[in-house]
Design a protein around this ligand. Sequence first.
Ligand code: HEM
Length: 400
Amino acid sequence: MKTIDFLSAEFNQNPYHFYRIMRNDLPLYFHETIQAYVLSRYEDIKFAFNNPAFTVKNYEFQSQPLHGRTILEMDGQEHARHRSIVAPSIRGKELQEKIMPIIERTCAEVLNDFEGKNKNDFATEFAAKFPIKVISAILGLEGENNEKFLVWYRSFVAFISDMGQHEQVTEAAFKTKAEIEEYLIPIIQERRQNPKDDILSKMCTARIDGVQMTDQEIRGFISLLITAGAESTDKILTLMFRNLLQNPKQMQMLIEDKSLIEKAFLESLRFSPPTHSIMRITSEEVEVSGGKIPANSQVIMWVGAAQRDERQFEKSEEFDILRTDLDWTKGFAPGANHIAFGGGRHFCVGSMLAKAEIDVAFRQIFEKFKNIRLVPNQNLQESGIFTRGITNMEIEYDCN
Ligand code: HEM
């Protein structure tokens, strides 16, 4: 059977070439090395996200060893009750009133380091710093060592992404787990005695069916939020800026009309999503794309391929912030017609927070700096097959 080896260097270099082949010729196939069925079409993955036969048991080995049992792998009432401890704090009124000032202030602080210079590495000096500072402040860990958080979440993401299961990656992730535990448990115990107005305190005081979460459960929830809240936003900031800088007419339109930031964000999530693949485990036999996936099978869903599916998006390989086939009105809710935030009950709980961060970041950047351009002749190669991003991106600019 024809197959595609997504552990190869060629795939990492340019997965989009292989995605086209998968969508057209291999919409469902079995990957022998990984022992998983592979999906790549938008319609099939959207179906899987919304079908309970595609369970989240994958997180029992992808996430549980590090974070313990978290909402990622919960279902039903248990999932809803745990998710509702965080969800209201990072959307709607609370987002607007309490979190927006934190985002505005944090963004200004990080951008301060750009002033008085006319060249900087956007990926390392802004994108890697801003979202981690925001999420730690919201959680109630402000002023803590964000440099350490960066190392921590990157080692966790390396673990979850490590389809090759390399020893070094596993060791680094477990070292991180021990460090986080050592750091967080005393803070959790202190916060139980002196709760504040933050998410950590909410976890410390919440009762689920009359029972408080244990220190270890809170530690896991916090380490999940640090990882999920920082990693994808970090990556999309640089990817979106790259997309705009490489399409100067669209960037100019956005500078003149800042309401286009939201569209540019959604289009970047479609064109260059930070999460390229998500796994699931089937609980029963499922028919998809004209074939069958047996019960208890691992499934790899290529979100990166689906987002460029020509059956769903016209001129799908083009970056176009004015495209009319992305539904702007629902782009940050489970009814979205893209799948960069997943779908169904596990749809990203932080989508509105990410939107707010992106909006504030690009508004402030275009207020403070002008004539922004990419430093020529640099390697802007994306890398990664689970999450995908750009490690370095040097920009030149003038201060306003
Ligand atoms: C552009 C930024 C982001 C992207 C592309 C993104 C993407 C995703 C995706 C694809 C999922 C679904 C995973 C699955 O179904 O297996 C997810 C879930 C999740 N995300 Fe995000 N995310 C982003 C930002 C954030 C932020 C800022 C937070 C911080 C709170 C966050 C927290 C979570 C959590 C906790 C889940 C698990 C939800 C559940 O299982 O119910 N994400 N995210």
